[in-house]
Design a protein around this ligand. Structure first.
Ligand code: ADE
Length: 249
């Protein structure tokens, strides 16, 4: 999986991606991060990439041309030889579709993704119309730029790329798979601060364990994210459990 990031702060992307699990995945060749500085495509001696908005108003707007030249360069270097193939270009914006685990699963099927990170008050609309294929938000709040949202997306997508996590099961059995939250986890010691590990976890009985995990997931979801349960597939017994939690029993 190749991530190309058009940004004014390539070091922010590189520094964050080169550590921990994503850093290991880069070293192992499972993912590649190509952070490209939009400023390198500014065509003036002060390397300016922004200007005042037409019509007035607060803040500055990123100009179309440096973004477009940056995009064409990425396309020429990394996509089909004649530069004709159009890559998927994701523009990070609070106006986009809200990112989800389901969207991450779709993006993880791609071989290349291009992220466009805006700054200031945004980017000239004309270049967005020309190159952007997907508008994505990471939530209903406003950040100073698109780098953190791009990092959130790349981190989420990376862990779905085969080989990035040690065991493929952990990507499947965690929060949001089946629209349920993950069950609680415990490790040694068996007793900590007077609290014991639930005895079933020491039983070694796989059937009982699987039942316990599932039940804990249902309970957690009913308590903390009942909105998710609308899309979850629950047994008759699980529905009753949810109802009893919802009625406060
Ligand atoms: N840029 C600024 N805020 C953002 C958000 N919430 N999601 C994606 N991009 C953004």
């Amino acid at each position: 999986m190749n991530f190309h990031v058009m940004t004014l702060f390539p070091e922010m992307i590189e520094n964050a991606m080169n550590v921990s699990i994503t850093g290991r995945a880069i070293k192992a060749g499972h993912i590649r991060v190509n952070a490209v500085n939009i400023r390198d495509y500014a065509n003036n001696k002060h390397s300016r990439v922004d200007d005042y908005p037409y019509g007035g108003g607060a803040g500055m707007v990123m100009q179309a041309e440096p973004v477009y030249q940056c995009y064409l360069d990425i396309r020429e270097k990394h996509f089909s030889e004649d530069g004709q193939e159009k890559p998927r270009v994701i523009y990070l914006s609070p106006q986009g579709r809200v990112f989800s685990q389901e969207m991450a699963q779709e993006y993880a099927k791609e071989e290349d993704l291009v992220f466009l990170c805006g700054h200031y008050e945004g980017i000239d609309e004309r270049v967005l119309e020309e190159i952007v294929t997907d508008y994505v938000s990471i939530g209903d709040y406003v950040l100073t730029g698109g780098e953190l949202p791009a990092l959130v997306m790349m981190d989420t997508i990376s862990r779905l790329v085969p080989g990035v996590l040690n065991n493929d099961v952990s990507a499947q059995t965690e929060s949001f798979s089946d629209n349920l939250l993950e069950y609680p986890q415990y490790t040694r010691p068996e007793e900590w601060n007077g609290k014991k590990v639930p005895p079933v976890l020491l039983s070694g009985n796989h059937k009982l364990l699987a039942e316990w995990y599932r039940k804990q997931s249902v309970i957690r979801t009913a308590l903390y994210r009942p909105d998710l349960l609308e899309k979850a597939e629950l047994s008759e017994e699980e529905r009753k459990l949810v109802q009893s939690i919802e009625s406060g029993d």
